[in-house]
Design a protein around this ligand. Structure first.
Ligand code: NAP
Length: 359
């Protein structure tokens, strides 16, 4: 909770009781720039304290600063200038524009507005410059706006593709995902479907993975994003893993590159969060492992406190040029940590200044 001398910026979490919302609550504990001031969820939860209504699914206890907060409805008039959203899309469709129209900067995990031409879809290491799209949003004059982070599988894929696209040009991508249960929220997939099983379908997921990386890796030109122009073929699976999406990636490159060149490009990848030393930035956005059987969710998911994407099994491919396996923490780098890093970048770029000075 904010104290009187606290200069941190108050934030509200929309969907605070859900899987992503809980991660946000956890990541905000002791944050140097933001303080959790308000939480909101459905009518079912509103009016009760966060501790009363939240079935906490993360290790340890609910952070002290969240326990006693009274849950608000998501259409409430929040005091906080920044709203971190982990809402279901059906709710976000109307609530996020409503709150942006009231001058709130909404930093969203939800798919609803990711592909809207004037909405930035940002991974800070990859396309921090796309935040300039905010300036074209009609609510911007009041300080409001919507910024989004990608689908959880897309974050890992786009981060690995970014340095390779920059260095060699990506010509074509094929990817098969093995996605964790926590990606479906709580309670998620029924246990009789998920236990000791693989489900080769996740509604809408393949379309998102085929579409979103092209916007993220696109160029900002004349106030709009020109998508990257390579095809992506995707096949998804839900697997009985708690946290961490694994992806087998096959790549055709435009320029010739040795495995050593590819490895070096991945290992040396760094971006604005590292340059600006943002609080949630990992020292290395991508870690390349050399063991023959890594990455693995239970061994590598906490790399960089969940913010580092781990790449391994880098090898040549007889059909494509190279292939590798990557692992991304779906609720940290793939969701809550991604939103928080976007909020930190917005602050570093001075895009929260109008609202914070108006407090
Ligand atoms: P979740 O666990 O089901 O949580 C949903 C949250 O939304 C809860 O706080 C819930 O509140 C609230 N909510 C549901 N219906 C509502 C309504 N009618 N009005 C207001 N609030 C309502 O879902 P999640 O996994 O955290 O996902 C949240 C969003 O993030 C989704 O859009 C998802 O696609 C996206 N996302 C998830 C992941 C992941 O790995 N899980 C990754 C990236 C993006 P109550 O507790 O009161 O019902």
């Amino acid at each position: 909770m904010a104290t009187q001398n606290d200069s941190r910026i108050p934030v509200a979490i929309l969907g605070a009781t859900g899987a992503v919302g809980q991660r946000l609550v956890s990541l905000l504990e002791g944050h140097p720039q933001f303080v959790l001031a308000e939480v909101a969820a459905s009518e079912r939860s509103a009016g009760k304290t966060y501790a009363e209504v939240t079935r906490w699914i993360l290790p340890g206890d609910i952070p002290k600063e969240a326990r006693g907060l009274v849950v608000m409805t998501v259409d409430a008039d929040f005091a906080s200038p920044v709203l971190l959203s982990g809402l279901d899309a059906a709710v976000a469709d109307t609530i996020e524009p409503l709150q942006a129209g009231r001058g709130k900067l909404v930093v969203s995990n939800t798919k609803s507005f990711r592909m809207r031409p004037d909405v930035p879809l940002v991974i800070p290491e990859v396309n921090a410059d796309h935040l300039a799209l905010l300036d074209g949003q009609p609510t911007r004059a009041s300080g409001g706006g919507i910024v989004t982070n990608p689908n959880c599988s897309v974050v890992g894929l786009a981060m690995a593709l970014a340095p390779l696209h920059r260095a060699f040009g990506v010509e074509a991508v094929a990817v098969t995902t093995l996605q964790a249960l926590s990606g479906a929220g709580y309670p998620g997939v029924p246990s009789l479907d998920s236990n000791a099983n693989v489900i080769p379908f996740i509604d809408g997921e393949e379309e998102k993975i085929e579409r979103e990386p092209k916007k993220i890796l696109g160029r900002l030109e004349g106030g709009r994003v020109v998508d990257a122009d390579f095809p992506i073929s995707v096949s998804v699976n839900r697997v009985p893993v708690r946290d961490g999406h694994t992806e087998s990636v096959f790549l055709k490159l435009k320029a010739k590159a040795s495995l050593a060149d590819v490895r070096a490009a991945l290992e040396n990848f760094t971006g604005e969060p590292q340059r600006l030393k943002l609080p949630s930035a990992p020292a290395r956005p991508i870690a390349v492992r050399h063991e023959r059987d890594r990455p693995q969710p239970i061994r590598d998911i906490e790399a960089g406190a969940g913010m580092t994407v781990t790449v391994g099994r880098l090898r040549p491919d007889p059909v494509f040029d190279v292939k590798f396996t990557l692992l991304v923490h779906n609720t940290v780098r793939g969701a809550a940590g991604a939103a928080l890093l976007n909020a930190e970048l917005l602050l570093a770029q001075g895009r929260l200044a109008a609202r914070t000075s108006a407090r």
